[in-house]
Design a protein around this ligand. Sequence first.
Ligand code: BES
Ligand code: MN
Ligand code: ZN
Length: 508
Amino acid sequence: MNFTIKSGNPEKQRAACVVVGIFESNHLSITAKSIDTASKKYLTNILKRGDITGKIGQSLLLHKVPGTSSSRLLLVGCGKEKELDGGRYRKIVTNAINKLKLTSATEAVSYLAELNVKAPNKEGPGKESKDDYWKLKQFVEISQNALYEFNQFKTRNKRPKSKLRKLILMVSDRKLVATGERAIKDGCAIGNGVSLARDLANLPPNICTPSYLAEQAKKLGKSQKSVKVTVLDEAAMEKLGMGSLLSVSQGSRQPAKLISMEYKGGKKDEKPFVLVGKGVTFDTGGISIKPSAAMDEMKYDMCGAASVIGTIKAVSEMGLPINVVGVVPTVENMPDGEATRPGDIYTSMSGQTIEVLNTDAEGRLILCDALTFSEKFNPATIIDIATLTGACVIALGKHASGLLSNNDALAKDILDAGEAAGDRAWQLPLWDEYQHQIDSPFADMANIGGREAGTITAACFLSRFTKKFKWAHVDIAGTAWLSGKNKGATGRPVPMLVQYLIDRCEQD
Ligand code: BES
Ligand code: MN
Ligand code: ZN
């Protein structure tokens, strides 16, 4: 998609389609008003007929509006003007793009960034509204997301469903063009990171194996000079004592890999922000095998890994002035003659022993060794991202990722980033009271903690490997993909992670 920034009068735009907002009760946005004037109340008259009332989700496509130079005008419902906040703005833009997709317009001129979008109160005085940078960057990300297609395995109907190739984003003043261009650059980088994460996750598990993920990471390292990629094989992991990680891959024909992606944008000796992503390319459950219903969705058990790779891509494209390391432990969890038995005890890289009571709680087994491994980078903060527990889907559904941390300031930074990026998380407690649930009579700990508080006990397990650092865990079991008729990866939480990293540049 080609994005450009412009300023100028709506009626003078010679484009295939101009997009403007309409509020509830037929209240016109600024640009809708000037088109109404130029067209001698054409819009007012149409609205009187009641085909559109301005509710969010509504739209009306008009052709050859008198007094204007464009062939189409798309009116988009924006709800009540006073209620327009970040979440509603995102819905409005999504709706506009989805409607544009149904037309045969190849380009469109959008005036939606002129809308006044309320910022949450806590952003403080002078920041009552979202700024132009935010509105334009969101527009770019949302359009990339809405136009995303995954059809590489189709032999028919492969052509893109939409003809849209160019989006022109209008700003109210020439002075805003530079801001707009920055928003486009950053929005595209994030959009590209999200698309990469979605692509990797949507791939079938016979193609997207641990070795495939390692190859893709290397490819990223080749295309971005600032990213150095190294991959450890099983022999190297064995040497490091990663008995916990290797206990998961031993039941699969696919060898495990441990990927490190080091992005250097900051000073050489500056501590990096480390991201660790769960990369189980298929999770059958192992000997504690899963029921067969919807088991195909366990190809998405590498969405944490995909989000880390996508984030490294975005951050390197943006050239952020910080250091970031992505670590991806990747395995396939299969039942086999060599697979782990429930009751087996393994020694992790940290030296702590683990009784594997359920081979389906494998995510934490690979993450704990990857977290210990990450100590060598001396992280400023360390965040792991994982499709870790079905319990998280029950607790928070598909709207919020679960967040647990040993440091409240870090948790707040991540929550704020999610809020700003429209990719939210919600914090759960990580109190000591939960720790005893993973006691084992035979080893230092068990890998499961019973039915109660499954998301928390999983984080309790990980917390035993991250004591030295400011650490947070993001459970994306509910947010990483959608099921049903819209089945597909979402690319979350790439926007939240990138925002967290952008915020670190401004502060330090
Ligand atoms: N990958 C799954 C978690 C999962 C399940 C994510 C369903 C999204 C949808 C993870 O490896 C797993 O199987 N977790 C178990 C843990 C349990 C055995 C303690 C779970 O959540 O059932
Ligand atoms: Mn599992
Ligand atoms: Zn899993």
